[in-house]
Design a protein around this ligand. Structure first.
Ligand SMILES: Nc1ncnc2c1ncn2[C@@H]1O[C@H](COP(=O)(O)OP(=O)(O)OP(=O)(O)O)[C@@H](O)[C@H]1O
Ligand SMILES: [Mg+2]
Length: 245
């Protein structure tokens, strides 16, 4: 959703841009020239089958894995080799595969630890509960005992506590029932309407495409199609993307 895109100089500079990125593990090349753009205020879905290179692309984009060639730009700045912590300060926030919550800490403690910019704790909890009411009923509950959907809400609340420009979510729907996935994507759409750009990885396309402004399909370490969801019907119905949710 592009409602909150700012105007004026620099507005057209994408928040994130990968150009011809190659990367690998040891001697095995995994990304073979990936081009990817996340414009300000948009939701971009990164789709593709197991092993396509989606997670690696996110790791490279967030400074957690080195680029072999090509370049990564964040808000127009060339950031190859810049550390993940510095990219976080530039407004990138990642929710990793598996959500990255502290399972033995309570919801409240998880939220408290997310705030490294000195945001007042009670304000932070208030904001998280306003956005995710289900967390409000569970502030004292240990995160490891939350349902998968609630853990994803907590992960998002933690990510948003840093006030990011771009929220990057790997496998939002992993292990969750379709109804919960639909609920989470409604929340994602709401976050995007507030002006936060979102790059979300999914293996199964259907639900995310209801809220995505554009989609990028990866296969074998390359982008095989990119555009607005409506223009990607043929590619999306290809068997390798699977059907529901
Ligand atoms: N740490 C690693 N060491 C060696 N190879 C790796 C490593 N991580 C990933 N790979 C390989 O890189 C390729 C791309 O993996 P990646 O995790 O980026 O794919 P993905 O699209 O996120 O897949 P999935 O949908 O299963 O999460 C795969 O062939 C994988 O085996
Ligand atoms: Mg992955």
């Amino acid at each position: 959703m592009s409602a909150a895109a700012p105007s004026g100089p620099g507005a057209e500079v994408p928040l994130l841009e990968l150009r011809g990125v190659t990367a690998g593990y040891g001697r095995i090349q995994v990304l073979h020239g990936v081009d990817l753009v996340v414009p300000r205020g948009e939701v971009v879905a990164l789709l593709g089958p197991n092993g396509a290179g989606k997670t690696t692309t996110l790791l490279v984009a967030t400074g957690q894995h080195p680029v072999s060639s090509g370049c990564v730009h964040v808000a127009g700045r060339h950031v190859n080799g810049v550390r993940a912590e510095e990219l976080a300060r530039l407004g990138l926030c990642t929710i990793p595969e598996g959500r990255g919550v502290f399972r033995s800490l309570t919801v409240r403690e998880n939220l408290r630890m997310a705030s490294y910019r000195g945001v007042d704790e009670s304000l932070l909890v208030e904001r998280a509960v306003a956005r995710f009411p289900r967390l409000g009923e569970r502030l004292g509950q240990v995160a490891g005992t939350l349902s998968g959907g609630e853990q994803q809400m907590l992960a998002m609340a933690r990510g948003l506590a840093t006030d990011p420009a771009l929220l990057i979510i790997d496998e939002l729907s992993m292990g969750l029932a379709p109804l919960i996935v639909a609920e989470l994507y409604e929340l994602v759409a709401g976050i995007a309407r507030e002006g936060v750009s979102i790059l979300v990885v999914e293996q199964f396309a259907r639900t995310v495409l209801g809220v995505a402004d554009r989609a990028v399909i990866m296969q074998h370490g390359q982008v095989v199609a990119a555009g607005v969801p409506a223009d990607l019907e043929a590619e999306l119905s290809a068997a390798y993307l699977g059907a529901s949710p």
